[in-house]
Ligand binder design. Structure first.
Ligand SMILES: CCN(C(=O)c1cnc(C)nc1NCc1ccco1)[C@H]1CCCNC1
Length: 338
């Protein structure tokens, strides 16, 4: 019977609307880590005590010390994960991982080397992949699969709320086993994931204002809770930016803050619904001493075939559209975030 099945909330911290992370523990006694709950990958890794003191990114974060955990199980298999933005290398260990108070015995990676870029900018220590098992490196059963097999969740889904304004509390919320009606209004609209066993769907178009500009023939789109921005093929994004009058500089596309109010909406056509982002949603407005800086939260990113070309909808999309990831029905649901 479902009476004793439950949902498991984890509060998230919002760092400048670009990084959202929550706390987990590994080991006994508990060693605490801040991790991104990332639908764009399927492995758990945290920095290792054994990382070189010269690896700045490793050294400035919490590190797992296996010698201090009485539940540590030796493994030692090599591990490496390659992101577009950087890479992580290390080895596997096994220990008790606690997420939202739920303990699982989990194989994870101790990162003994972390590329300085981008991890010196990370406020989080590691990444907890919420992707499908078939994309997990070394064939490791992901954390969420281990929690599902305990049969304690009301539904085999998880949901993500990202706040839009760092001053709001909480910065975000991950719910395992259901959704949190406090953070969305209206009904969910669902899109089936592609058969690839990834949190990706076929998008039916991207329009700017009233004009359909990209992806009219359909294109693969990843819903990635671990990415800050929206990315698309570089040529498409540069045309989109030209249309809104944004200039590319060394760290992204900028617009003059005075022009922000005249910017058009950008609309993503998913599953027969239109998901619009207004300038509110896609401009990061930072007040600086030398004047305000308005960054457009779109980036060009060319993912090589066979995985690419793809669009990636990240945190700025999820902040506007509360997202449910449904492993039971292999579909993604969006509702208007509060
Ligand atoms: C976590 C690695 N990722 C980042 O894009 C990334 C890199 N480096 C920093 C400093 N932050 C990142 N993401 C911040 C964030 C948290 C929640 C929303 O965005 C991606 C890599 C591809 C899979 N998906 C995740």
């Amino acid at each position: 019977d479902d009476t004793n099945k439950r949902t498991v909330p984890t509060l998230l911290t919002n760092y400048l609307d670009t990084q959202y992370y929550g706390e987990i523990s590994i080991g006994s006694p508990a060693q605490m880590f801040n991790v991104v709950f990332d639908t764009g990958s399927a492995n758990l890794w945290v920095p290792s005590q054994s990382c070189s003191p010269f690896s700045t990114a490793c050294f400035t974060h919490n590190r797992y010390d296996s010698s201090k955990s009485r539940t540590h199980i030796e493994n030692g298999t090599g591990f490496s994960i390659q992101y577009a933005s950087g890479n992580v290398r290390g080895f596997l260990s096994e220990d008790v991982v606690v997420v939202g108070g739920i303990p699982v015995v989990q194989v994870f990676a101790e990162a003994s080397s972390l590329s300085a870029m981008p991890f010196i900018f990370a406020k989080f220590d590691g990444v907890l992949g919420m992707g499908y098992p078939n994309v997990a490196i070394d064939g490791i059963t992901p954390v969420f699969d281990r929690i599902m097999s305990q049969q304690i969740l009301k539904e085999e889904v998880f949901s993500v709320y990202y706040s839009r304004d760092p001053k709001h509390s909480p910065g975000g919320e991950l719910v395992l086993g259901g959704t949190d009606p406090n953070y969305y209004t209206g009904n969910f609209n669902y899109i089936n994931t592609r058969e690839t066993g990834k949190w990706e769907v076929t998008m039916k178009g991207v329009s700017v204002g009233m004009d359909m500009m990209f992806c009219a023939e359909g294109c693969t789109t990843v819903i990635d809770t671990g990415s800050s921005y929206i990315t698309g093929p570089a040529s498409s994004v540069s045309l989109l930016m030209k249309t809104i009058g944004a200039q590319l500089d060394e760290n992204g596309y900028k617009v003059s803050c005075d022009a922000v109010k005249t910017l058009p909406s950008v609309t993503f056509h998913l599953g027969g619904q239109e998901y619009s982002l207004t300038q509110e949603d896609y401009i990061l407005w930072q007040s600086q001493i030398e004047g305000d800086l308005c960054t457009v939260t779109f980036r060009g990113l060319d993912v090589p075939p066979p995985a690419g070309p793809i669009w990636i909808l990240g945190a700025n999309f999820i902040a506007r559209y509360y997202t449910e990831f449904d492993r039971h029905n292999n579909r993604i649901g969006f509702a208007t975030a509060v």
